[in-house]
Design a binder for this molecule. Structure first.
Ligand code: OGA
Ligand code: MN
Length: 282
């Protein structure tokens, strides 16, 4: 394997491995690189949904939600992200991840790693951007750092309860079906310890965190605004321009990310996503 950093902030490109055939030694090497770079991009992969699942399963318990819209036929663990329209109907989620977030942070046991595989990419648009929450916490001014010690964020799935996130255009008409599903809110420490590296990271995002437990709302919102602004400073970030065949995996306990969208027609961006669960944040 040849592993080359993609930016100062996070991420590395991996070449010289076919993820359809990986051995235990490969997995060990990948896991070490994953902890070091937080995001890995394997170029030139040719993966069926089953092969992608098999690779993902090397990193934890596969996640699936039976009522999630747009999963691969017969394989509910694989989600389809796509702007393709077939016979007037979208075939996938069009604007996935359009606000900064960490995947499934609204869960009691949120997502550990996400695997996003690009089958087709558009010439313009469709970038994804990540921000490094180890770095954000490390560089947080002491005045702010001391204010968040011991505090917990309230993570909410339903966009209608988050003034910072609009309801997705695609789901406006059936918002109740998409966002009204019974997912309980979760409460997680704002300063999270990464389960494997033991490093501390800032664990909040404007998409999912709507308040701070135990703080009066005006005080909580003010503090959140300051943290949300700080956590996306340009020096913490890497923006990925996808190529067809990229399999990108990222470490949700220590990164937030955003889909930049803005795909220019007739460009088509078509991806398969898998996720593995982690543990309850501490
Ligand atoms: C996701 C996500 C962003 C993108 O799949 O979890 O946030 O650019 N995707 O597709
Ligand atoms: Mn996401």
């Amino acid at each position: 394997m040849i592993i080359t950093p993609l930016s100062e902030a996070l991420g590395a490109e991996v070449r010289g491995i076919d993820l359809r055939r990986f051995g235990d030694d490969d997995l060990e090497e990948i896991k070490a690189a994953f902890l070091k770079f937080q995001m890995l991009c394997f170029r030139d992969q040719e993966l069926s949904p089953r092969e992608q699942l098999e690779f993902s399963a090397g990193f934890g318990e596969i996640e699936s939600r039976p009522d999630r819209p747009f999963t691969f036929p017969g394989i509910p663990e694989v989600s389809i992200l796509s702007n393709r329209v077939h016979k007037g109907q979208p075939v996938g989620v069009i604007n996935a991840g359009d606000f900064w977030h960490s995947d499934l942070s609204f869960g009691v046991k949120p997502c550990r790693a996400t695997f996003l595989y690009a089958l087709e990419v558009a010439k313009d648009g469709g970038d994804t951007e990540w921000s490094n929450m180890y770095a954000a916490l490390d560089r947080l001014p002491l005045s702010l750092r001391s204010r968040i010690e011991g505090l917990h964020g309230i993570h909410v799935f339903d966009r209608r309860r988050n003034p910072r996130a609009e309801v997705d255009r695609q789901f406006k008409k059936n918002a109740e079906n998409v966002y009204g599903v019974s997912i309980a809110d979760a409460v997680h420490p704002i300063v999270r310890t990464h389960p494997e590296t033991g490093r501390k990271a800032l664990y909040i995002s404007p998409r999912f965190v709507v308040g701070i437990e135990g703080l009066p709302d005006d005080e909580g919102q003010k503090l959140l605004d300051e943290l949300f602004e700080f956590q996306i400073k340009p020096e913490f970030r890497y923006r990925h321009k996808w190529r067809g065949g990229d399999l990108v995996m990222w470490d949700n306990p220590c990164l937030i990310h955003i889909g930049r969208g803005k795909i220019k027609p007739p460009g088509i961006r078509h991806m398969h996503r898998t996720m593995v669960l982690g543990e309850k944040p501490y």
